[in-house]
Design a protein around this ligand. Structure first.
Ligand code: DAH
Length: 363
């Protein structure tokens, strides 16, 4: 090894380390790194010469050249860290965040009033020991009509009132269920009494005007046990309606009526009053018809395979959309299903809002 070479390497090392020390920006430092360690760099050039050296020569030169590379690499890393710290300190010294600025609003969806009301109903009835039951929206005629004591001749079965599906070969046409009452049948045929259920869901009728939409929502109630009588029905409905409308002064009236699946049947009216020119439920100003109910017809009980001499029960059915309109003051049913975001923003409920229900039954 020649002394000259060693002097050259020492010179190169001192030039490089001085240059690195003097670099003022990360860009300048990177340019230096490339000039030393890049493909065409000065240090890389020296490393390449080692391949052509004799073993003796390499033994002497190798450590020196590798030492150069290590020194330069370490100097570059140290300088890089120092420059980055300086850049960060500079930013910290000059940038300011105004924590008092209002945060940008995140867009949030709302819960549809129908979903909200169904949740409220499930909560109220859960407090009274009712479970939630479900049935299919595409229903067979036996569950939707026949088992409910609605004969072939019943007007609700007419083509112009009910949506019939195309029938499969040799099979009876299915229907879009016209009410939630078939869930009564499905529950009685699949569960042992005592039964206490509500069944909320979509129903369909061939009807459309300001107060009727072809699809709407009902909630069905059913209780089957030994010794059930009209008094149980009346108490249950009154307790539910008081809790739902959050009015202790709400009273109900049962008017004799007719449904094929109940005997006796009763139309239930609720009391209303006029406050600030608006009708509100509760008080003693008048009666408003709200729902259908009755004692489950013995024929329905036996159609489900139960003995009507042993088991009795009551049932009721009510429009969920109508309950929502009355409680939250909405007057056009069609707007419920238009999917207009402005309407939903106005009438919808925040998913995380405190429930409007002040605490359910007995609160
Ligand atoms: N299913 C009836 C309808 O859609 C409502 C109804 C009336 C349901 C009386 C009942 C009931 O369970 O007892 O018009």
């Amino acid at each position: 090894m020649q002394t000259d070479d060693m002097t050259d390497i020492a010179t190169l090392q001192s030039e490089l380390t001085k240059g690195i020390e003097a670099a003022e920006t990360l860009d300048a430092l990177e340019a230096l790194r490339i000039s030393a360690l890049g493909k065409q760099g000065s240090v890389s050039g020296l490393l390449k010469t080692m391949g052509a050296m004799s073993p003796d020569e390499r033994q002497v030169q190798g450590p020196i050249i590798n030492g150069l590379r290590e020194t330069v690499t370490a100097a570059l890393a140290a300088k890089k860290a120092a420059l980055e710290t300086a850049v960060l300190n500079q930013r910290l010294a000059t940038e300011r965040h105004d924590m008092t600025l209002p945060a940008p609003e995140t867009p949030r969806g709302t819960v549809h009033p129908v979903s909200q009301v169904m949740d409220e109903l499930a909560e109220i009835f859960a407090d009274m020991g009712f479970a939630v039951a479900e049935g299919p929206e595409i229903e067979d005629q036996w569950h939707n009509f026949t088992a409910l004591n609605m004969p072939e001749t019943h007007p609700a079965r007419a083509m112009h009132d009910t949506f019939y599906m195309a029938a499969a070969d040799g099979e009876e046409a299915k229907v879009l269920r016209t009410h939630t009452s078939p869930v009564q049948i499905r529950t009685m045929t699949s569960q042992e009494p005592p039964i206490r259920i509500i069944a909320p869901g979509r129903v369909y009728r061939s009807d459309s005007d300001a107060t009727h939409t072809p699809m709407f929502h009902q909630i069905e109630g059913l209780v089957i046990d030994k010794g059930i009588h009209l008094g149980h029905l009346k108490w249950t409905l009154e307790t539910f309606l008081k809790a739902f409308f959050e009015r202790d002064d709400l009273t109900i009236r049962l008017r004799p009526s007719y449904f094929p699946f109940t005997e006796p049947s009763a139309e239930v009216d609720v009391s209303f009053s006029v406050e600030n020119g608006k009708r509100v439920l509760g008080g003693t100003g008048g009666w408003m018809e709200l729902l259908g109910s009755g004692m489950v017809h013995p024929k329905v009980i036996s159609a489900c395979g139960l003995d009507p001499d042993v088991y009795q029960g009551f049932a009721f059915g009510v429009g969920v959309d109508r309950l929502a309109m009355l409680k939250y003051g909405m007057d056009d049913l069609r707007a419920f299903f238009d999917g207009d975001l402005r309407w939903l923003k106005h009438y919808g409920f925040g998913a995380l809002d405190v429930p409007t229900l002040s605490g359910g039954v007995g609160a």
